[in-house]
Design a binder for this molecule. Structure first.
Ligand code: UD1
Length: 425
């Protein structure tokens, strides 16, 4: 079992660089298979989700090479192999292969992680979009079989809920569908713009990414290109949260940030009274005086990102006052709360509302990262806390953060990754 051992309450100083965006990458890799020749993705984060996707590509007979954050994908010999079980179920973003396989082969069989499928993260909107394009969808307990006996045809798709995944999947499915497709109430996340930028470079005709109406004119072929992935705004927000909590005298400079992508997040830090210098492509965080508690409501982009709700909660424990957090996207995203309370926090979950009272003096404790962003939150809490924090469930963190131990070590943190023989519960 992997464990992170953190000895906290040490000031952090220095400089780190943010990697390419995980949520772009996991969509760009399936998008790349639409090309008839090699696609080169630059700035690919070295995270477990990327390695899982590379393994899945190999099973589709796609050649890949991953070195120095550059991923080469040659899909010219790709086959539409059914993947009802196995590796495909190792990450949720496998759902992007549904749209991509439809575009490339007009068919596909993809098994999705069972637990998530009927739980609070449905894919009904993805399926509705495919059906509008003329796809026959059979859902056999999470194994999705897609066929297009009459081909696909451009259409109007209205998204009942703003969804990143459904918007990207609808784009992937429609990019080669004859005629025009209009996606209304589309999500506006920067990762969607990134995917559309790649597809347009490959020869697609997609307009409106970043707005709520996306217009696609189907094209016949897509070619291989080189594309550099945008910086990860969630990784940036995670390190900024840690920096505001623990910055030493010289502060912490976090490079490779597109400020506009984290505006709503930085606005909250301003409201807290955090000391930051915002540069063209970096944020330098200095030690702050007394921080004020804030209340947070997550929203689709450009609102406050649900993925930063958990990481910032650790920082809230250093602020003074009472605040609330409402995650309107995933109200049940509260796995981090009992763990933080075990470390000495005073947080109550009251229906869909999280009530936080600060400041709290955190003490190191054994805690479990049950999901990626809960894990990021617990690492920050461990860096704040007095004494030793032992974080388990580390694989959840490594799924999405490149070299998190190395980056915090570079900033002077006392954090180690160990493996012991005990199996994970
Ligand atoms: C993506 C991100 C995830 C982030 C989330 C919200 C990736 C790989 N993951 O997830 O990190 O937390 O956006 O910003 O990019 N919904 C439906 N039906 C659907 C699809 C979604 O009701 O078919 C609902 C969800 O339950 C949720 C909301 O729509 O309440 C938004 O979810 P969505 O944007 O689809 O999340 P993901 O794309 O899965």
């Amino acid at each position: 079992m992997k464990k992170l051992i953190i000895h906290g309450n040490k000031p952090l100083e220095g400089e780190i660089t943010i990697n390419g965006a995980k949520n772009s990458t996991v969509a760009l890799i399936p998008a790349a298979i639409l090309a008839d020749s090699t696609v080169v993705l630059e700035g690919v984060p070295d995270i477990q989700d990327v390695h899982s996707l590379i393994e899945i590509l190999k099973d589709f007979n796609v050649e890949t090479h991953f070195e120095n954050n550059t991923l080469t994908i040659d899909p010219s010999k790709m086959e539409s192999i059914p993947m009802p079980h196995g590796k495909i179920q190792s990450l949720r973003a496998s759902y992007y292969f549904m749209g991509a396989l439809l575009s490339k082969f007009g068919e596909g069989v993809i098994g999705l992680p069972g637990g998530c499928f009927l739980g609070p993260r449905p894919i009904d909107l993805h399926i509705k979009a495919f059906r509008s394009l003329g796809v026959d969808v059979d859902d056999d307990y999470g194994v999705i079989t897609l066929t297009t006996p009459n081909g696909m045809l451009g259409t109007r798709i209205y998204m009942d809920v703003v969804s990143v995944g459904a918007t990207i999947n609808a784009i992937l499915a429609a990019v080669r569908a004859p005629g025009k497709t209009v996606i209304e109430n589309a999500a506006r996340e920067p990762e969607i713009i990134d995917v559309v930028t790649l597809l347009n470079k490959m020869g697609a005709q997609i307009r409106g990414a970043g707005t709520s109406v996306i217009r696609i004119t189907g094209v016949e072929t897509l070619r291989g290109v080189t594309h550099t992935i945008i910086p990860d705004r969630i990784e940036a927000g995670t390190y900024i949260s840690a920096a505001v909590a623990m910055a030493g005298e010289k502060g912490i400079r976090i490079n490779n940030i597109i400020y506009e992508h984290i505006e709503s997040f930085v606005a909250k830090l301003d409201e807290m009274g955090a000391m930051m210098e915002i540069g063209e492509d970096y944020v330098h965080v200095y030690p702050s005086n007394e921080l004020k508690m804030v209340s947070i409501k997550t929203q689709p982009y450009p609102g406050f990102a649900t993925d930063l709700q958990q990481p910032i909660t650790a920082l809230l424990l250093k602020t003074h006052g009472e605040g609330t957090i409402m995650d309107t996207i995933y109200p049940q995203r509260v796995n981090h709360i009992p763990e933080l309370n075990r470390m000495g926090a005073n947080i109550k979950v009251d229906g869909d509302m999280i009530r936080v009272e600060g400041p709290s003096k955190l003490s190191g404790a054994p805690v479990k990262a049950s999901d990626l962003r809960a894990g990021a939150c617990l690492v920050i809490a461990g860096l704040i806390a007095e004494g030793e924090t032992v974080v388990t469930g580390v694989d959840n963190i490594l799924r999405g953060y490149t070299n998190i131990v190395g980056k915090f070590t570079d900033l002077g943190a006392d954090i180690r990754l160990i493996e012991d023989d005990q199996p994970e519960e």
